[in-house]
Design a protein around this ligand. Structure first.
Ligand code: FAD
Ligand code: UDP
Length: 403
């Protein structure tokens, strides 16, 4: 039997922030159970066989408007400031994206002004006071032509659902601007951990003496053998409840990596992209809304600014979710929400379990939002400890004892 104060299921952002806070500040013992062979969840990065730092589970562009979240993470990493720039590719050419004045100039084939572009949008936009879905949120800003060019096909490919069947928040994530600001994200602070995500997560654990991590372990196998005061659960909420209200829908992904040496780049006819050597494509990310089975090709070296002449690209193919695959995305749609509400009602009644993170609360959350959620949950648990509602169970340092 193992004893600990907090049993934490999942070693992603949510689980590790909770573990660090509970251990460093409250002196609690925490056992993190992670089914993968590494910590960091979907934010994990690693050096591939060509020495290129890649984001294993799709591109992870850190951003936040919250000084509290930035300051918290800055204890464990320095930052590499980035203006994340991407392009869209269709009809055989690259388009500036997200839609901005430069995109409009490409479309009309001449120089323009912010006023002219704004007047164009005013003419073509469909007046909808309160956009109720992802189609409406885009056509109400840019009209049908730009919607079809950039959004409809991509969304169908990514979600296997029409934009009309998805919450407005899905396509509403993408900014649309009449000026020349072509950054993909809107947040004030946009930066990557300077030495990578994995190093940042390692630093978090190093600062947390009371935390032990068990990798390659499914929590269901070990739960009966662990005596704990409180459970922090960051896995899929429907799995926790044995799918008693049915399976929640998720979208999965498949990643295809391809690496290039300088010789291979030359052979592929890409000796220099925009005057720079060692890159395969002209931007960190190129979206393919209308062609191919993949949605985007990511060459994250543009953002990490790693000094290496090799490069690696990752093609990202949306995939149906089923057991054995990773549930990368909760599906932001009303039918899914209706199922989730039933699970949420159960979760809210638990006094010895906290549900934290993207899968446990079934929310299409970015990293900073998950960090914020974990910090808030930690404050709640701290108050419960201070008021005597949650007692320490184990000695300060977790002892893993044989049963
Ligand atoms: P996760 O990272 O999913 O961690 C949960 C952990 O629980 C996983 O490691 C999992 O293996 C483990 N687990 C699940 N079930 C079990 C079990 N039965 N037993 C043991 N362990 C289990 N956010 C951004 O801010 N910027 C981006 O650019 C960005 N890009 C993204 C791109 C993609 C393709 C995806 C999928 C997400 C992206 N995100 C991005 C979101 C970001 O990945 C999440 O916000 C963050 O990873 C959520 O952390 P989490 O701890 O809640 O979940
Ligand atoms: N989207 C689109 N065209 C694009 C980029 C995004 O239609 O070129 C839509 C699509 O539905 C996507 C959503 O906007 O799922 C959010 O895009 P984002 O790049 O933020 O997705 P993520 O990185 O979370 O997969």
């Amino acid at each position: 039997m193992i004893t600990c104060d907090y049993l934490i299921v999942g070693g992603g952002f949510a689980g590790l922030v909770m573990a660090e806070r509970l251990s460093s500040e409250l002196g609690a013992s925490c056992l993190v159970i992670e089914q993968r062979e590494h910590i960091g969840g979907n934010c994990h990065d690693e050096y591939d066989d060509h020495g290129v730092l890649v984001h294993k589970y799709g591109p992870h562009y850190f951003r936040t408007n919250s000084p509290r979240i930035r300051e918290y993470l800055s204890r464990f990493t320095e930052w590499l400031s980035c203006d994340y720039k991407i392009l869209s590719h269709s009809e055989g050419r690259f388009w500036k994206f997200p839609i901005n004045l430069n995109t409009y100039e490409q479309i009309i084939g001449r120089d323009s002004t912010e006023a002219e572009f704004a007047a164009y949008l005013e003419r073509v936009r469909v007046p909808i006071a309160k956009p109720a879905n992802s189609e409406e949120v885009i056509v109400s800003q840019v009209g049908w032509e730009l919607y079809r060019k950039f959004f409809e096909g991509y969304t169908l490919k990514q979600w296997k659902r029409h934009p009309r069947e998805l919450d407005a928040s899905v396509c509403g994530r993408i900014p649309i601007r009449t000026n020349r600001d072509d950054r993909y994200l809107v947040d004030e602070f946009q930066a990557l951990p300077k030495a990578g995500y994995h190093r940042m997560f390692q630093n978090m654990l190093q600062a947390s003496p009371g935390v032990k991590v068990l990798l390659k372990t499914d929590f269901r196998e070990v739960l009966p053998h662990i005596k704990h005061r409180h459970l922090i659960y960051t896995g899929p909420v429907d799995l926790f409840y044995h799918h008693r209200f049915g399976h929640l829908p998720y979208r999965s992904l498949r990643f295809e990596r391809e690496s290039f040496t300088p010789e291979q780049l030359r052979a592929a006819g890409r000796p220099a992209i925009s005057g720079r050597e060692g890159f395969w494509q002209p931007a960190m990310q190129v979206n393919y809304p209308n062609d191919h089975g993949f949605t985007r090709i990511v060459e994250v070296k543009h953002a990490t600014r790693q000094q290496t002449e090799n490069t690696t690209i990752v093609r990202e193919f949306p995939d149906d979710y089923q057991d054995g695959k990773v549930p990368y995305y909760p599906v932001p749609a009303s039918d899914a929400k209706a199922i989730y509400e039933k699970y949420r009602a159960l979760a809210e009644q638990e006094s010895r379990v906290s549900f934290v993170g993207r899968l446990a609360t079934y929310r299409y959350y970015n990293m900073d939002q998950v960090v914020g959620m974990a910090l808030t949950e930690y404050e709640k648990l701290k108050t419960r400890t201070e008021t005597g509602h949650l007692h320490r169970l184990a000695p300060k340092t977790l002892k893993i004892q044989a049963a």
